[in-house]
Write a protein of this length. Structure first.
Length: 322
Protein backbone atom coordinates (compact mmCIF):
# COMPACT_ATOMS: atom_id res chain seq x y z
CA UNK A 1 0.00 0.00 0.00
CA UNK A 2 1.33 3.41 -0.93
CA UNK A 3 0.23 6.94 -0.17
CA UNK A 4 -1.90 9.28 -2.31
CA UNK A 5 -2.76 12.95 -1.89
CA UNK A 6 -4.97 15.54 -3.59
CA UNK A 7 -5.68 19.22 -2.89
CA UNK A 8 -7.87 21.95 -4.31
CA UNK A 9 -7.87 25.73 -4.40
CA UNK A 10 -11.51 26.28 -5.31
CA UNK A 11 -13.92 25.74 -8.20
CA UNK A 12 -15.93 28.22 -10.23
CA UNK A 13 -16.26 30.22 -13.43
CA UNK A 14 -12.60 30.21 -14.45
CA UNK A 15 -11.99 31.29 -18.07
CA UNK A 16 -9.65 29.22 -20.21
CA UNK A 17 -8.19 32.19 -22.05
CA UNK A 18 -7.06 35.26 -20.14
CA UNK A 19 -5.05 38.32 -21.22
CA UNK A 20 -1.26 38.03 -20.92
CA UNK A 21 -1.20 40.60 -18.12
CA UNK A 22 -3.29 38.27 -15.97
CA UNK A 23 -1.14 35.21 -16.50
CA UNK A 24 1.13 36.12 -13.58
CA UNK A 25 -1.72 35.89 -11.09
CA UNK A 26 -2.74 32.52 -12.44
CA UNK A 27 0.84 31.31 -12.32
CA UNK A 28 1.10 32.45 -8.69
CA UNK A 29 -1.92 30.32 -7.82
CA UNK A 30 -0.53 27.30 -9.65
CA UNK A 31 2.85 27.80 -7.99
CA UNK A 32 1.07 27.90 -4.65
CA UNK A 33 -0.61 24.59 -5.40
CA UNK A 34 2.72 23.08 -6.45
CA UNK A 35 4.40 24.25 -3.24
CA UNK A 36 1.61 22.86 -1.06
CA UNK A 37 1.61 19.57 -2.96
CA UNK A 38 5.36 19.30 -2.46
CA UNK A 39 4.90 19.92 1.27
CA UNK A 40 2.35 17.10 1.47
CA UNK A 41 4.43 14.69 -0.60
CA UNK A 42 7.50 15.32 1.56
CA UNK A 43 5.50 14.72 4.73
CA UNK A 44 4.05 11.46 3.42
CA UNK A 45 7.48 10.29 2.28
CA UNK A 46 8.74 10.93 5.81
CA UNK A 47 6.03 8.73 7.28
CA UNK A 48 3.67 11.40 8.59
CA UNK A 49 0.11 10.17 9.13
CA UNK A 50 -2.68 11.32 6.83
CA UNK A 51 -4.31 13.49 9.50
CA UNK A 52 -1.07 15.41 10.08
CA UNK A 53 -0.56 15.80 6.35
CA UNK A 54 -3.95 17.27 5.50
CA UNK A 55 -3.64 19.73 8.37
CA UNK A 56 -0.14 20.70 7.28
CA UNK A 57 -1.12 21.21 3.64
CA UNK A 58 -4.25 23.20 4.43
CA UNK A 59 -2.23 25.42 6.78
CA UNK A 60 0.09 26.18 3.89
CA UNK A 61 -2.88 26.99 1.67
CA UNK A 62 -4.36 29.22 4.38
CA UNK A 63 -1.08 31.13 4.53
CA UNK A 64 -1.11 31.78 0.77
CA UNK A 65 -2.92 35.04 -0.10
CA UNK A 66 -4.04 33.77 -3.51
CA UNK A 67 -6.65 31.43 -1.99
CA UNK A 68 -9.88 32.13 -0.14
CA UNK A 69 -8.86 30.90 3.30
CA UNK A 70 -6.77 32.27 6.14
CA UNK A 71 -4.88 35.34 4.99
CA UNK A 72 -6.68 35.43 1.65
CA UNK A 73 -10.22 35.26 3.08
CA UNK A 74 -12.91 37.27 1.37
CA UNK A 75 -15.14 39.76 3.20
CA UNK A 76 -18.68 39.73 4.53
CA UNK A 77 -21.24 42.40 3.65
CA UNK A 78 -19.92 44.43 6.58
CA UNK A 79 -16.31 44.22 5.42
CA UNK A 80 -15.22 41.70 8.06
CA UNK A 81 -13.63 38.27 7.84
CA UNK A 82 -15.43 35.13 9.09
CA UNK A 83 -13.31 32.03 8.45
CA UNK A 84 -14.33 28.40 8.81
CA UNK A 85 -12.67 25.00 8.57
CA UNK A 86 -13.03 21.32 9.38
CA UNK A 87 -10.91 18.18 9.59
CA UNK A 88 -11.79 14.48 9.81
CA UNK A 89 -10.00 11.20 10.49
CA UNK A 90 -11.39 8.38 8.35
CA UNK A 91 -10.29 5.55 10.64
CA UNK A 92 -12.01 6.82 13.79
CA UNK A 93 -14.51 9.27 12.23
CA UNK A 94 -13.31 11.78 14.77
CA UNK A 95 -13.77 15.29 13.42
CA UNK A 96 -13.63 18.94 14.36
CA UNK A 97 -15.02 22.13 12.87
CA UNK A 98 -15.00 25.88 13.46
CA UNK A 99 -16.70 28.91 11.94
CA UNK A 100 -16.99 32.66 12.43
CA UNK A 101 -13.27 33.15 13.12
CA UNK A 102 -11.93 36.68 12.94
CA UNK A 103 -8.42 36.42 14.44
CA UNK A 104 -7.17 32.81 14.16
CA UNK A 105 -4.28 32.51 11.70
CA UNK A 106 -4.96 28.86 10.82
CA UNK A 107 -8.56 27.79 11.21
CA UNK A 108 -7.83 24.18 10.27
CA UNK A 109 -5.53 23.73 13.27
CA UNK A 110 -8.18 25.10 15.60
CA UNK A 111 -10.64 22.61 14.09
CA UNK A 112 -8.22 19.81 14.96
CA UNK A 113 -7.93 21.10 18.52
CA UNK A 114 -11.74 21.06 18.81
CA UNK A 115 -11.60 17.42 17.71
CA UNK A 116 -8.82 16.43 20.11
CA UNK A 117 -9.23 18.73 23.12
CA UNK A 118 -13.00 19.08 23.59
CA UNK A 119 -15.99 16.71 23.90
CA UNK A 120 -17.55 18.52 20.93
CA UNK A 121 -17.26 18.57 17.14
CA UNK A 122 -18.14 22.14 16.21
CA UNK A 123 -17.40 25.52 17.82
CA UNK A 124 -18.29 28.87 16.30
CA UNK A 125 -17.83 32.61 16.64
CA UNK A 126 -17.10 33.96 20.14
CA UNK A 127 -16.87 30.48 21.65
CA UNK A 128 -14.37 29.36 19.04
CA UNK A 129 -12.33 32.54 19.47
CA UNK A 130 -12.26 32.04 23.25
CA UNK A 131 -11.14 28.43 22.79
CA UNK A 132 -8.37 29.61 20.45
CA UNK A 133 -7.06 31.99 23.12
CA UNK A 134 -7.27 29.23 25.72
CA UNK A 135 -5.22 26.91 23.49
CA UNK A 136 -2.64 29.56 22.69
CA UNK A 137 -2.91 29.25 18.92
CA UNK A 138 -1.52 32.00 16.71
CA UNK A 139 -3.88 34.94 16.30
CA UNK A 140 -3.73 38.18 14.36
CA UNK A 141 -5.66 41.43 14.47
CA UNK A 142 -8.87 41.28 12.39
CA UNK A 143 -7.54 43.98 10.06
CA UNK A 144 -4.51 41.80 9.26
CA UNK A 145 -6.79 39.59 7.15
CA UNK A 146 -8.29 42.44 5.14
CA UNK A 147 -6.43 43.00 1.88
CA UNK A 148 -6.96 45.77 -0.71
CA UNK A 149 -7.86 43.11 -3.28
CA UNK A 150 -10.66 41.75 -1.13
CA UNK A 151 -11.96 45.24 -0.40
CA UNK A 152 -12.24 45.72 -4.17
CA UNK A 153 -13.98 42.38 -4.55
CA UNK A 154 -16.53 43.39 -1.93
CA UNK A 155 -17.10 46.75 -3.61
CA UNK A 156 -17.79 45.07 -6.94
CA UNK A 157 -20.08 42.47 -5.36
CA UNK A 158 -22.11 45.19 -3.62
CA UNK A 159 -22.41 47.15 -6.86
CA UNK A 160 -23.65 43.99 -8.58
CA UNK A 161 -25.95 43.27 -5.59
CA UNK A 162 -24.59 39.73 -5.59
CA UNK A 163 -23.12 37.21 -3.22
CA UNK A 164 -20.08 35.96 -5.07
CA UNK A 165 -18.82 32.41 -5.44
CA UNK A 166 -15.09 31.76 -5.12
CA UNK A 167 -14.53 32.74 -8.74
CA UNK A 168 -15.98 35.80 -10.46
CA UNK A 169 -19.04 35.24 -12.71
CA UNK A 170 -19.59 37.15 -15.94
CA UNK A 171 -22.02 39.57 -14.27
CA UNK A 172 -19.14 40.80 -12.17
CA UNK A 173 -17.28 41.89 -15.31
CA UNK A 174 -20.34 43.74 -16.60
CA UNK A 175 -20.60 45.76 -13.40
CA UNK A 176 -16.90 46.51 -13.60
CA UNK A 177 -17.25 47.85 -17.13
CA UNK A 178 -20.25 49.98 -16.19
CA UNK A 179 -18.87 51.46 -12.98
CA UNK A 180 -15.16 51.71 -13.87
CA UNK A 181 -14.42 51.18 -10.19
CA UNK A 182 -11.38 49.02 -10.86
CA UNK A 183 -9.25 47.80 -13.70
CA UNK A 184 -9.63 44.50 -15.53
CA UNK A 185 -6.85 42.97 -13.48
CA UNK A 186 -9.04 43.13 -10.38
CA UNK A 187 -11.78 41.08 -12.04
CA UNK A 188 -9.44 38.15 -12.52
CA UNK A 189 -8.20 38.25 -8.93
CA UNK A 190 -9.24 34.65 -8.44
CA UNK A 191 -9.49 33.14 -5.00
CA UNK A 192 -10.78 29.76 -3.91
CA UNK A 193 -11.70 27.64 -0.92
CA UNK A 194 -8.96 25.13 -0.09
CA UNK A 195 -8.89 21.48 0.87
CA UNK A 196 -6.74 18.36 1.06
CA UNK A 197 -7.37 14.61 1.18
CA UNK A 198 -4.77 11.91 1.76
CA UNK A 199 -4.12 8.27 2.49
CA UNK A 200 -0.85 7.37 4.16
CA UNK A 201 1.36 4.29 3.87
CA UNK A 202 -0.58 2.59 6.67
CA UNK A 203 -3.91 3.04 4.89
CA UNK A 204 -5.23 5.85 7.09
CA UNK A 205 -7.56 8.32 5.34
CA UNK A 206 -8.11 11.97 6.30
CA UNK A 207 -9.43 15.22 4.88
CA UNK A 208 -9.50 18.92 5.74
CA UNK A 209 -11.18 21.98 4.23
CA UNK A 210 -10.89 25.72 4.95
CA UNK A 211 -12.50 28.88 3.55
CA UNK A 212 -13.33 32.52 3.98
CA UNK A 213 -16.76 31.85 2.47
CA UNK A 214 -18.54 33.97 -0.13
CA UNK A 215 -17.82 37.57 -1.05
CA UNK A 216 -20.54 39.84 0.39
CA UNK A 217 -22.09 37.04 2.46
CA UNK A 218 -24.33 37.97 5.37
CA UNK A 219 -22.62 38.23 8.72
CA UNK A 220 -23.12 34.91 10.49
CA UNK A 221 -23.56 32.89 7.31
CA UNK A 222 -22.15 29.36 7.62
CA UNK A 223 -21.31 27.40 4.48
CA UNK A 224 -20.60 23.77 3.76
CA UNK A 225 -16.94 23.79 4.80
CA UNK A 226 -17.42 23.20 8.55
CA UNK A 227 -20.42 20.90 8.11
CA UNK A 228 -19.31 17.29 8.33
CA UNK A 229 -20.86 15.30 5.50
CA UNK A 230 -21.35 18.36 3.30
CA UNK A 231 -17.99 19.95 2.56
CA UNK A 232 -15.83 17.40 4.39
CA UNK A 233 -16.13 13.69 5.10
CA UNK A 234 -13.89 10.68 5.65
CA UNK A 235 -14.48 7.06 6.63
CA UNK A 236 -12.87 3.71 5.84
CA UNK A 237 -13.89 3.96 2.17
CA UNK A 238 -12.70 7.42 1.18
CA UNK A 239 -11.89 10.99 2.16
CA UNK A 240 -13.59 13.92 0.40
CA UNK A 241 -13.25 17.72 0.37
CA UNK A 242 -15.77 19.78 -1.63
CA UNK A 243 -15.68 23.31 -2.99
CA UNK A 244 -18.14 25.61 -4.73
CA UNK A 245 -21.52 27.05 -3.72
CA UNK A 246 -21.95 25.99 -0.11
CA UNK A 247 -25.73 26.03 -0.07
CA UNK A 248 -25.87 23.49 -2.91
CA UNK A 249 -23.16 21.36 -1.30
CA UNK A 250 -25.11 21.29 1.97
CA UNK A 251 -28.37 20.34 0.24
CA UNK A 252 -26.64 17.52 -1.62
CA UNK A 253 -24.56 16.32 1.36
CA UNK A 254 -21.90 16.09 -1.32
CA UNK A 255 -18.94 14.66 0.61
CA UNK A 256 -20.96 12.03 2.47
CA UNK A 257 -22.82 11.03 -0.70
CA UNK A 258 -19.57 9.93 -2.35
CA UNK A 259 -18.78 7.64 0.58
CA UNK A 260 -22.37 6.34 0.74
CA UNK A 261 -22.39 5.33 -2.92
CA UNK A 262 -19.15 3.43 -2.44
CA UNK A 263 -20.37 1.75 0.73
CA UNK A 264 -23.95 0.91 -0.22
CA UNK A 265 -23.86 0.73 -4.03
CA UNK A 266 -20.39 -0.75 -4.49
CA UNK A 267 -19.29 2.04 -6.81
CA UNK A 268 -15.64 2.81 -7.39
CA UNK A 269 -14.34 6.15 -6.15
CA UNK A 270 -14.38 7.71 -9.63
CA UNK A 271 -17.87 6.40 -10.36
CA UNK A 272 -19.23 7.73 -7.08
CA UNK A 273 -17.51 11.09 -7.29
CA UNK A 274 -18.61 11.67 -10.89
CA UNK A 275 -22.19 10.65 -10.10
CA UNK A 276 -22.40 13.06 -7.19
CA UNK A 277 -20.99 16.01 -9.13
CA UNK A 278 -23.26 15.30 -12.11
CA UNK A 279 -26.47 14.55 -10.21
CA UNK A 280 -26.42 15.96 -6.69
CA UNK A 281 -25.78 19.66 -7.35
CA UNK A 282 -26.70 22.10 -10.13
CA UNK A 283 -24.32 22.58 -13.03
CA UNK A 284 -21.71 25.23 -12.35
CA UNK A 285 -21.86 24.91 -8.57
CA UNK A 286 -19.50 22.25 -7.23
CA UNK A 287 -16.21 20.38 -7.43
CA UNK A 288 -14.53 17.91 -5.13
CA UNK A 289 -11.34 15.99 -4.49
CA UNK A 290 -11.36 12.48 -3.09
CA UNK A 291 -9.05 9.59 -2.35
CA UNK A 292 -10.09 5.99 -1.68
CA UNK A 293 -8.80 3.28 0.64
CA UNK A 294 -7.13 1.77 -2.43
CA UNK A 295 -5.23 4.98 -3.09
CA UNK A 296 -7.38 6.00 -6.09
CA UNK A 297 -7.86 9.73 -6.70
CA UNK A 298 -10.87 11.55 -8.18
CA UNK A 299 -11.16 15.30 -8.85
CA UNK A 300 -14.43 15.97 -10.76
CA UNK A 301 -16.20 19.33 -11.06
CA UNK A 302 -19.21 20.76 -12.92
CA UNK A 303 -17.89 24.32 -13.04
CA UNK A 304 -15.69 25.68 -15.84
CA UNK A 305 -12.62 24.94 -13.74
CA UNK A 306 -11.15 23.89 -10.40
CA UNK A 307 -7.65 24.58 -9.14
CA UNK A 308 -6.41 21.12 -8.18
CA UNK A 309 -3.32 18.99 -7.72
CA UNK A 310 -2.53 15.40 -6.80
CA UNK A 311 0.30 12.91 -6.44
CA UNK A 312 0.86 9.24 -5.67
CA UNK A 313 3.70 7.26 -4.13
CA UNK A 314 4.83 5.93 -7.49
CA UNK A 315 5.79 9.38 -8.78
CA UNK A 316 2.67 10.38 -10.72
CA UNK A 317 1.47 13.94 -10.20
CA UNK A 318 -0.87 16.46 -11.78
CA UNK A 319 -1.63 20.16 -11.42
CA UNK A 320 -4.54 21.55 -13.44
CA UNK A 321 -7.36 24.08 -13.64
CA UNK A 322 -9.64 23.05 -16.53
Amino acid sequence: MGWSIALHGGAGDIPVNIPPELQQRRQESLAGLRHCLDVGVAALNHGRCALDVVELVVRELENHPRFNAGRGSVLTCEGTVEMEASIMDGKTKNCGAVSGLKTVANAVSLARLVMEKTPHIYLGFDGAEAFAREQGVETLQPNDFITPENVKRLTLAKEADMVQLDYTPAAHKEVLQETHTANEDDVDSKLGTVGCVAIDNDGNLACATSTGGLVNKMVGRIGDTPIIGAGTYANSYCAVSATGKGEHIIRGTIAREVAALMEHKGMSLKEAASYVVDNCAPSGSVGLIAVSAKGEIAMPFNTTGMYRACATHDGNSEIAIH
